[in-house]
Ligand binder design. Structure first.
Ligand code: FO1
Length: 315
């Protein structure tokens, strides 16, 4: 059985590669819920939805999130009403949030609703939220932006979408993490997995929240030799999103070496891109085994070959 720690788009891409090599019924994805938000009274879980839409091939290939060929009639009408349309929710995507909110309102736990949605979408991989309790990523801004003062704390989606993450961050915290418990199945998946794959998601705001759930970090440290991460930083840059800037702003090095240093306590092997082959020795100097391979998943074929490299690295 293979467990994976997943954020949004990068994780979804690697998962499509993994399920070409591993029976989906043998794969458990522990997904970040720190990005979740309540909007229009609806509970939205962006990373869970991105993973499920991608695995069911429903996703919008150009953005990576939302449903392909979605329509925007509700957003357009909401615009006319002067409602909130900064966070784009397509008509078909809205059905997911309506269903999730209805079921949570009936007392179902997030992991149950997630399993129902995954099943309804024909996804074979077991999709687990990192926790059923609310953990919310919040960022303290180091500078003013978009009408928000320096020193203000904003919710993740306000930072990521509202401010287009075009603002320096002073610190990040995961509200609710201390009181959160891993969702049922998370610790077993980590303990029983032949390999734990850390997807090339943002180490700070996608993998960070998962590690912040008590007992998860400890469970991963215990499996360090079976934990294989794919570096989200290639040649010092993030392929998508603010990972490089966040690492630097928070005092880390935005490089494969910086990622190795950040994760050395619980990651035994780091897969780094061929562009970073010259950093192999420096990664190993951090006590983390380095494996060099193409990590830029520009096609399903590359994702499948990367998945094969990750599986090999674990053996
Ligand atoms: N990202 C954007 O940049 N703009 C959006 O309007 C937006 C809407 C959205 C709706 C549903 C969903 O599942 C994801 C959405 N995202 C949007 C992506 C979202 O911000 C994710 O949290 C990021 O991809 C980071 O994981």
């Amino acid at each position: 059985m293979l467990a994976t720690l997943a954020g949004g788009v990068g994780a979804a891409r690697l998962l499509t590669g993994i399920v070409q090599a591993v029976d989906p019924a043998e794969v458990v994805a522990v997904v970040n819920t720190g990005d979740d938000l309540t909007l229009h009274g609806l509970h939205v879980s962006p990373d869970i939805d991105t993973v499920i839409y991608t695995l069911s091939d429903l996703h919008n290939r150009s953005t990576g999130w939302g449903v392909a060929t979605d329509s925007w009639a509700v957003m357009d009408e909401l615009e006319r009403l002067g409602g909130e349309t900064w966070f784009r929710l397509g008509d078909r995507d809205l059905a997911t949030h309506l269903y999730r909110t209805q079921r949570l309102g009936e007392g179902a736990a997030l992991h149950e609703v997630t399993a129902e949605i995954a099943r309804a979408r024909g996804v074979g991989v077991r999709i687990l939220p990192m926790s059923d309790q609310a953990v919310r990523t919040r960022l303290l801004l180091a500078e003013g932006a978009g009408g928000v003062e320096a020193g203000t704390e904003v919710a993740f989606q306000h930072y990521f979408v509202g401010l287009r993450h075009a603002v320096a961050v002073r610190s990040v915290r995961f509200e609710g993490a201390a009181a959160a418990t891993p969702a049922p199945g998370v610790l077993d998946a980590i303990a029983d997995a032949d390999v734990v794959v850390v997807s090339p998601s943002n180490p700070v705001v996608s993998i960070g929240p998962i590690l912040a759930v008590p007992a998860v970090r400890k469970a991963l440290v215990a499996r360090r030799e079976q934990v294989v991460a794919v570096s989200p930083i290639v040649a010092g840059r993030a392929l998508k999103g603010p990972a490089d800037r966040l690492l630097t702003e928070l005092g880390h090095e935005s490089s494969a070496v910086g990622v190795a240093r950040l994760h050395a306590e619980w990651v035994g092997t780091l897969v780094i891109d061929e562009q970073d082959a010259h950093l192999e020795g420096a990664v190993e100097a951090e006590g983390v085994r380095a494996v060099v391979a193409p990590t830029i998943m520009s096609s399903p074929e590359v994702a499948a070959s990367l998945a094969a490299v990750v599986l090999d690295a674990a053996r």
